[in-house]
Design a protein around this ligand. Sequence first.
Ligand code: ZN
Length: 293
Amino acid sequence: MKLVRLQKEKADSSQVSGVESWGIATESGIFDLGCLLNTCPTMMDAIKDWESIEPKIDSLLKDAPECAASSRILSPLPESGKTLCIGLNYRDHALETGAEIPTEPVVFSKLDGTRCGPDDPIPLPEVSQQVDYEAELVMVIGKRAWRVQEEQADDHIFGYMCGHDVSARDWQKGRPGGQWLLGKSFPNFAPTGPYLVPKQYVGDPCNLGITMRVNGEVLQDSSTNQLIFNPWQLIAYISQCCVLNPGDLIFTGTPPGVGAARTPPRFLRSGDVCEVEIQGLGVLRNPVVAPNA
Ligand code: ZN
């Protein structure tokens, strides 16, 4: 089951912004379910009320209108809530870099303004010469989590999606003050989507193929079976310290093959097209564009 967040054009063309809804992508098209549910018109509503909506999906689909071609697929979650990320969380990546396997997760975050959806451009910042790609499995929180044990953590996960943790290495490493925050927080540095797949439809999240292609060339190719800390361990660890809320995102780390680790380094250039593909979660494609493009 592939959920999408949608922006539909308003019937009145004098209105510039579209109407948000959510729906399901199937082999025969994308169908709008939000328009059928007065109490759950948005993806966030659907996530919070999923237990009551899910049993009705098949019958809703029979009445759901197909989306017009002018509809846009947005990032599955809107720009609200926390965007947390895990550093150095793949065994094969740790071995490649010669780093010690971490004994505790390395947690950092991305600021508001970073989330964007499929096909949205990633602008190269004027102040960075080292913009790098990172394919990542992203988990989406479905229920508030505070001091949750690993054994109960799955109850708090809504689902999974593809994510791209775009990273300005020259701002991540060494400056400012050794903090990663700014290097990870330029506009559109957290593309996600195109689909949000509820966890029941993902299979084992710790056994999914994950790749990054740039202009069709495979630069990262691994499996989430290399994760050092799995999704449930991450929720247990993080929720000791901060409350996780519905719609919060956790980027779970990236496999080997990032541009900075290559000889010579391979940083993103204007005109590149990045594609994150995770087994069962679709392909997240974003073009890289020049500053101010
Ligand atoms: Zn990352």
